[in-house]
Design a protein around this ligand. Structure first.
Ligand code: CP
Length: 335
């Protein structure tokens, strides 16, 4: 039987994407219409990395469907996992991912997995090698709760937030994805997913980022393929102020340069030349402000922006709940 994994939306056709988007909006408008149906399902949530929103919204989403969740944190009261095949496991790891995921598949009806980029092994991260190993070992649906390259739960919630904000008319609206400075070289999963989401909605996209912080060409090409269906071209610029002029949405996110893999000191030196890249009050105009959260106030964005009525980041976070109810419904063939 084909399993309804959710690795990333670009692997799903438009009908599934639209259905999931509509279902997310349905749950937003009908929060009490889900009758806990005692569906007798169990959801295992593996967090190899920290979370606030994803963990709690998944727990509540499952609960709304009448399902039970467990949070599993490998290495914290749970055996640390070995990833390499063929390794003589005489070191720290006592459980191989093959057995770990194989066993959990026998207890749970779906597994949500958060597994960030290593930040040190470029090929491993770009190929999503570890996440693919989990999918290969699983015999139940696996839901990506943010991997090296993608954050599909965030993308679905973001798309629903934008549609809601524009009363359904997001196509052609100006979407600015703006890089922001951060003390750490963060992964590109969220900007990748935000870009793919906005292009799939047919938004008119500008990416503002300093030179050296380009997103990967595979992601850019994929996004351009979506944009081309609407006759649009994605613009890239290193002028944050100019990019934000006339924006309908300003989506801020910090991410690191590819240089961090080969020379982290050089990447930090490059990144630190751009500490002034912060979304400020004067950027807003009539735009709505979005951020996936968590956000560093006074670093990525000025307090005045986050505290303005134009900031919709909390609504964005709220939509995570409705998006993940929709995702679980699909994983479990409830709709
Ligand atoms: N946006 C998001 O995924 O938040 P958490 O890291 O808190 O889960």
């Amino acid at each position: 039987m084909k399993l309804n994994h959710l690795f990333d939306w670009h692997l799903e056709d438009d009908a599934i994407w639209e259905q999931q988007l509509e279902r997310t909006q349905y749950h937003y408008h009908n929060p009490s219409r889900i009758a806990p149906s005692s569906i007798q399902r169990n959801l295992g949530l593996l967090f190899f990395n920290s979370s606030l929103r994803t963990r709690t919204s998944m727990e509540v989403a499952a609960s709304r469907l009448g399902a039970h969740t467990s949070v599993i944190i490998p290495g914290s009261g749970v055996w640390g996992m070995e990833w390499e095949d063929g390794r003589i496991m005489d070191g720290e790891s006592v459980e191989h991912i093959r057995e770990g995921i194989g066993v959990l598949s026998r207890y749970y009806d779906a597994l949500g997995v958060r597994l960030f980029a290593t930040g040190t092994d470029y090929a491993l991260d770009q190929n999503e090698t570890r996440f693919k190993k989990i999918i290969e070992a699983a015999t139940v649906p696996v839901i990506n709760l943010e991997s090296a390259l993608y954050h599909p739960c965030q993308a679905l919630a973001d798309a629903a937030t934008i549609r809601h904000h524009f009363n359904g008319e997001a196509t052609g609206r100006r979407f600015v994805l703006s890089w922001a400075w951060h003390p750490n070289a963060l992964a590109q999963a969220v900007p990748n997913s935000a870009l793919l989401m906005a292009s799939r909605l047919g938004m008119d996209i500008t990416i503002a980022r300093p030179s050296g912080f380009e997103l990967e060409s595979e992601i850019m090409n994929l996004a351009q393929t979506y944009s081309s269906k609407y006759g649009l071209s994605i613009t890239e610029t290193d002028h944050q102020d100019v990019a934000c002029e006339g924006a309908d949405i300003i989506y801020a996110k910090a991410w690191g340069s590819k240089l961090s893999y080969e020379n982290p000191d050089a990447e930090k030196a490059l990144r630190d030349q751009h500490k002034h890249w912060q979304i400020r009050d004067h950027h807003l105009g009539s735009a709505a402000f979005m951020h996936c959260l968590p956000v560093r106030r006074g670093v990525v964005v000025e307090d005045a922006v986050l505290d303005s009525p134009q900031a919709i980041h909390l609504l964005q976070a709220e939509f995570r709940l409705y998006a993940q109810i929709a995702i679980l419904e699909r994983a479990w063939n409830l709709i």
